[in-house]
Design a protein around this ligand. Structure first.
Ligand SMILES: Nc1ncnc2c1ncn2[C@@H]1O[C@H](COP(=O)(O)OP(=O)(O)OP(=O)(O)O)[C@@H](O)[C@H]1O
Length: 299
């Protein structure tokens, strides 16, 4: 594991904002750390980066305890929390050159990083004139300058337009697939990370409610048969009278728990035989956003 925490808890005064967290972040993963606003994501990230002092529990990064190997571990982590620290009056390239000098990184990395985050054409433009998406990418380039093995990003897509979100997403996928990095990314929107995350941790009120691969998360949701028909209320009553349970009814659709292909065909025949027009019928996995809301609202 690249990150593993045990019994990690944190209080602000008498408010417990992180509760006995056991994070497991595998090497080479894009780990989506999800939770609604105020769930405790930023606090957890600050603990991982040693910006807040551990009160209870332990953190191991690269299989080493952060309290004993702080400098060594942190030199291998690139991070972006809240707004990237960018000098607005300097160009993108000057920002990177500045940091490269500070970190004693070979200057040729600057052009490589500009190319990686697709800012080569904007290298000589003042960072203050960058769009939000460009600033985030510059922030990621700054975080990558020292070639860290692990990238920790706190809500990097916050406030970006759909194009900006896609650009950041594609960059992160490239970092993992081509450059073998591990990426830990927090978000309050599942939709933003579900297309890139390989693993997910869902936190609410400081507690980890789910952790696993994206496949394991999907497997939690029960598949449904989604039926598009003319009179959904009548159709739902007919199905109920015939022993089917109906999960949901809307103006155009009704949903029945999926049992088997044969049962789906039986439902189709039953509705059709009773004069209902079936416009479409098919198996549907509950969408992840719904599942995310279910998980976070139960807590
Ligand atoms: N410095 C602080 N002093 C006191 N309470 C704090 C402090 N920082 C955060 N909190 C509280 O801790 C809780 C968790 O906050 P945190 O910022 O970790 O959540 P989050 O999941 O990152 O939310 P967001 O998406 O809104 O940033 C919140 O109730 C917040 O008000």
């Amino acid at each position: 594991m690249v990150i593993s925490t045990e019994g990690l808890s944190f209080n602000f005064g008498n408010q417990q904002v992180v509760k006995s967290l056991a994070l497991q972040v595998p090497e080479g993963s894009i780990y989506g750390f999800l939770g609604p606003n105020g769930a405790g994501k930023t606090t957890t990230i600050k603990l991982l980066l040693n910006l807040l002092k551990i009160q209870i529990g332990s953190i191991r990064i690269f299989e080493q305890d952060i309290q004993h190997h702080r400098t060594q571990i942190l030199s291998q982590i690139g991070s972006l929390i809240e707004q990237p620290a960018i000098y607005q009056h300097l160009t993108g390239k000057e920002n990177l050159l500045n940091r490269a000098l500070l970190l004693q990184v070979p200057v040729k990395r600057v052009d490589e990083m500009l190319a990686l985050v697709q800012l080569t054409n904007a290298a000589h433009k003042k960072a203050g004139q960058y769009s939000l998406g460009m600033k985030q990418r510059l922030g990621i380039a700054l975080a990558l300058l020292a070639d860290p093995k692990l990238l920790i990003l706190d809500e990097p897509t916050n406030g970006l337009d759909p194009n900006g979100i896609i650009e950041v997403r594609e960059l992160l996928i490239k970092l993992v697939s081509q450059y073998k990095k591990t990426v830990f990314i927090s978000s309050h929107l599942l939709a933003e990370v579900e297309r890139m995350a390989t693993h997910v941790g869902i936190i609410n009120h400081g507690e980890l409610l789910f952790q696993g691969s994206i496949g394991e998360l999907q497997a939690l949701s029960q598949p449904l048969v989604c039926i598009e028909t003319d009179n959904t209320v009548d159709a739902a009553n007919l199905l109920t009278r015939n022993g089917y349970s109906v999960s949901d009814v809307t103006d155009n659709y009704l949903y029945v728990p999926y049992i088997s292909k044969q049962k789906t065909a039986d439902i189709n025949a039953l509705l059709h035989g009773s004069g209902h027009a079936i416009f479409s019928i098919g198996k549907q996995q509950k969408d992840l956003e719904r599942l995310f809301l279910d998980i976070t609202q139960k807590a």
